[in-house]
Design a binder for this molecule. Structure first.
Ligand code: HAM
Length: 424
C-alpha cells in the first residue's frame, strides 16, 4: 500500500495555492492598515506552555495535543502548537516586549495541530490567521478587533455571517457564577453526556455550549452569565456593544457562547457561517486579561482572534467568491534542432530574467507536438525558432489567441515578447 498523508491533513496543489495566496495577501493588507506586525513563533513549544496557558481541563489540552519527548530532558515534552495565542504571549515575555512598548499589535499566519476527529472543516493540521493586541484594556480595542475581522470578510464579499458576542466574566465574578452553574447541573448530572459529566466540577461553563441534544435541553433555564457579571465586566460589555453599534456591526448576544480555551475574560466572540454545519465558526477570539500574568509576566490586558483559513476558503468557495487564478506561462518557445535549442535557451533566460513566465520543452519534439503543448498550457505568445530562422538570425512570434505570426530579428525577440507580456 502506497504511503498516504496522515489523517486529517491536506495536500494543497498548485491550483489551490493561488487561493491561499489570495486570502493571505488580503490578510496581510488589512493588518497593515490596522497597524499589526507579523510574528513567527516555533511550531512546537514546551507542553507546559499550553497546560498553563490554555488550561488543563480544556478539550484542546486534555484530548487534542500532539506531544512528544524533547529528547533532551527526561519527562519534558514538546507539543505541536494547537493555537498561537499562548506562543505569542510566551514570545512577548521572553523578548521583554512589555518593557519596550505600551501597546503591542501582532499577527500570524501558520499551521496549528489538534488531534480531533477529522470531518468537513475540521482538520488535524489546519491554518490560522490571527492577531493579538496586548496592553490595551479599553472596550474600544475589543470593537476594533471585531471590526477588523468583519472588514476583511466584507472585502472578500462574504455575506450571511453571524457575529456571536458574549462576556464570560472575570476572576472576580466567574467563581460565583460557576458555583451557581454547578448546583444547577448537579441535580441533572445523571443525564449529562460523559464529557459534560467530567466537566461539571472542572469547567461547568463548557456544558452550556455542548452540542449534544440532551445537554442542550438540560441547560434550558441555567443561570445566565449576564446576571452575574461584576460591575466592571458589565460596564465593559455595555461599552463594547455601544462601540459595535456605532460601527454598524450587526451582532447577536449569545449567553451560551463559551469558548473552548480557559484564558478568556470579559469579551468572547465568534463569527459563524451556518452553512458550514457543525464547524460553522470561521473566526473566534476574545479578551484574555489574565494570560500574560499567568505565564509569569506583568499584568497586561490583551485581546485577539484567530480564523481558520480552510474554513474561510470553504466559505468563499460556497459563495463563489474565489478569483480565477491562473498559473499559465505567458510565453512558450518552440525550438527545432539542437543549435536552435541553445539559442532558444538564451532567449528563455532573458525573458525569465525580466520576471516574465516562460517555458520551453528541450526534448526536441516535433513542431506539431510542441505547439500542441503550448496550446494546452495556454501560452499567450509562442516563439518559434528552427534552423532556417537561425540561419537568417530571425525568430517567429505567434499570437496564440489570433493565430497571427510575425517574423522579428533574433536579437530583438526577447525584448519584444517581454514588452508585450508587461503590456508596454
Ligand atoms: P479557536 O476558536 O480555538 O481560537 O480557533 C480559531 C479558529 O480556528 C476557529 O474559529 C476555526 O475557524 C479554526 N479552527 C479551530 N480548530 C480547527 C480545526 N481542527 N480545523 C480547522 N479549523 C479549526 C483560538 O485558537 C484562539 N487562539 C483565538 C484567539 C486569539 N483568542 C485570542 N486571541
Amino acid at each position: 500500500m502506497a504511503i498516504q498523508k496522515p489523517r486529517g491533513t491536506q495536500d494543497f496543489l498548485p491550483e489551490q495555492i493561488g487561493n491561499w495566496n489570495y486570502i493571505e495577501a488580503r490578510m496581510r493588507n488589512i493588518c497593515k492598515s490596522y497597524g499589526f506586525n507579523e510574528i513567527r513563533t516555533p511550531i512546537f513549544e514546551e507542553t507546559s506552555l499550553f497546560l498553563r496557558g490554555i488550561g488543563e481541563t480544556t478539550d484542546v489540552v486534555s484530548k487534542e495535543m500532539y506531544s512528544f519527548p524533547t529528547g533532551d530532558k527526561k519527562e519534558q515534552t514538546y507539543t505541536l502548537r494547537p493555537e498561537n495565542t499562548a506562543s505569542a504571549v510566551r514570545a512577548y515575555l521572553e523578548n521583554k516586549i512589555y518593557g519596550k512598548e505600551n501597546i503591542t499589535k501582532w499577527f500570524y499566519i501558520g499551521p496549528m495541530f489538534r488531534h480531533d476527529k477529522p470531518q468537513a472543516g475540521r482538520y488535524r493540521q489546519f491554518h490560522q490567521f490571527g492577531a493579538e493586541l496586548l496592553g490595551n484594556p479599553s472596550p474600544l480595542a475589543d470593537s476594533e478587533i471585531i471590526c477588523m475581522i468583519l472588514q476583511l470578510f466584507k472585502d472578500f464579499g462574504l455575506e450571511d455571517l453571524q457575529v456571536e458576542l458574549n462576556s464570560v466574566g472575570c476572576p472576580n465574578c466567574r467563581p460565583e457564577y460557576r458555583k451557581k452553574l454547578i448546583s444547577f447541573f448537579e441535580s441533572k448530572k445523571d443525564k449529562l453526556c460523559p464529557d459534560c459529566l467530567s466537566r461539571l466540577y472542572k469547567n461547568p461553563l463548557r456544558i452550556l455550549d455542548c452540542k449534544e441534544e440532551t445537554c442542550k435541553e438540560l441547560s434550558i433555564g441555567a443561570p445566565a452569565i449576564h446576571e452575574h457579571l461584576c460591575d466592571e465586566c458589565k460596564d465593559h460589555f455595555e461599552q463594547v456593544k455601544a462601540y459595535l453599534t456605532a460601527a454598524h456591526v450587526d451582532f447577536h448576544v449569545n449567553p451560551r457562547l463559551v469558548r473552548g480555551l480557559d484564558y478568556y475574560t470579559k469579551t468572547a466572540f465568534e463569527v459563524q457561517y451556518a452553512p458550514l454545519g457543525a464547524q460553522s465558526a470561521i473566526a473566534g477570539g476574545g479578551r484574555y486579561d489574565g494570560l500574560v500574568e499567568e505565564l509569569g509576566g506583568p499584568a497586561t490586558p490583551a485581546i485577539g482572534f484567530a480564523m481558520g483559513m480552510e474554513r474561510v476558503l470553504l466559505t468563499l468557495e460556497k459563495q463563489n467568491l474565489l478569483p480565477e487564478t491562473t498559473i499559465d506561462p505567458s510565453v512558450f518557445i518552440v525550438a527545432l534542432g539542437e543549435r536552435a535549442q541553445i539559442e532558444a535557451f538564451k532567449v528563455l533566460q532573458v525573458i525569465r530574467g525580466a520576471y516574465c513566465s516562460a517555458e520551453m520543452d528541450g526534448q526536441n519534439k516535433s513542431m506539431k507536438s510542441q505547439l500542441k503543448y503550448a496550446n494546452k498550457i495556454h501560452a499567450k505568445y509562442v516563439i518559434i525558432l528552427g534552423d532556417d530562422e537561425l540561419a537568417r538570425q530571425e525568430a517567429i512570434i505567434r499570437y496564440m489567441e489570433t493565430g497571427e505570426q510575425e517574423t522579428v530579428p533574433l536579437t530583438e525577440v526577447a525584448m519584444r515578447v517581454i514588452s508585450m507580456v508587461k503590456g508596454c
